[in-house]
Design a protein around this ligand. Structure first.
Ligand code: PXP
Length: 245
């Protein structure tokens, strides 16, 4: 049976490379078009407060060239909601953001930020935009998500990816993700997953029934340096499709 999990290709780091020099190369729209043609089911970008990779102009130009949905990762604050409402991506994934972090380090604390998230999601974000919360695979976070009325979570696979290769950690972290998917499913919450996934570790996640989407960035852009973006995405899609559910 073919595994039909969607692949969201995160192209942030094309912009990271461009910003290292200024100017337009490598062109972010070219990356988006190649990703779409290579079989990406959606394009994901994270507009950060410090704009260290993509910015609003990128968002606008990517939206003008792609036909597949755009998933916008943003911090939960009014400035970012304003950007989302202006560009109306297919979905918004709320992530925690700490200016000094190298990448998104942990999931959102939904319980702690409940009132703020409730106001942003219910009163300020355009109703047509689908909402995802990026959370650690943790029961309390899923319960808080349910209480908030949000129907999709993206489970943080960073700890799993770090534990890959260390049998004990791998099993522990993989089980946390499996249990989280089960709990979410009981509450009718759809699950996506992402962070730190690569050709080696993606299969075990793609094999978890009911995960509907994976978002992968850094590894794909890194592999693309040696093999070309189209080939890297083809290969990732093939591995995902062949992962047994
Ligand atoms: N999902 C979310 C919510 C993220 O913040 C990131 C990193 O930007 C990813 C997925 C992709 O992680 P990676 O770049 O390690 O593949």
């Amino acid at each position: 049976m073919i595994n039909n999990i969607r692949l969201g290709v995160n192209i942030d780091h094309v912009a990271t490379l461009r910003n290292a020099r200024g100017g337009n190369d490598p062109q972010i729209t070219r990356a988006a078009i190649i990703a779409e043609n290579a079989g990406a089911d959606l394009i994901t970008v994270h507009v950060r407060e410090d704009r260290r990779h993509v910015n609003e102009n990128d968002l606008k130009s990517i939206l003008s060239v792609i036909k597949i949905p755009l998933n916008l990762e943003i911090a939960a604050n009014p400035d970012m909601i304003e950007i989302a409402n202006r560009y109306k991506p297919h979905s918004v994934c709320f992530v925690p953001e700490n200016r000094k972090e190298i990448t998104t380090e942990g999931g959102l604390d939904v319980s702690k930020n409940f009132n703020k998230l409730e106001k942003l999601v219910k009163d300020e974000l355009d109703n047509d935009i689908n909402v995802t919360l990026f959370i650690d695979p943790d029961k309390d976070q899923i319960i808080a998500t349910k209480d908030l009325g949000v129907k999709v979570v993206e489970l943080h696979t960073g700890a799993y990816a770090e534990g890959f290769g260390m049998q004990l950690n791998l099993e522990t972290e993989l089980n946390k993700i499996k249990e989280a998917v089960q709990i979410a499913n009981d509450f009718n919450i759809n699950c996506h997953a992402g962070h730190g996934l690569n050709f080696e570790n993606v299969s075990l996640i793609a094999s978890i029934p009911k995960i509907k989407e994976l978002n992968i960035g850094h590894f794909l852009i890194s592999d693309a340096i040696f093999n070309g973006l189209e080939n890297s995405i083809f290969k990732m899609k093939k591995i995902i499709k062949e992962s047994t559910i």
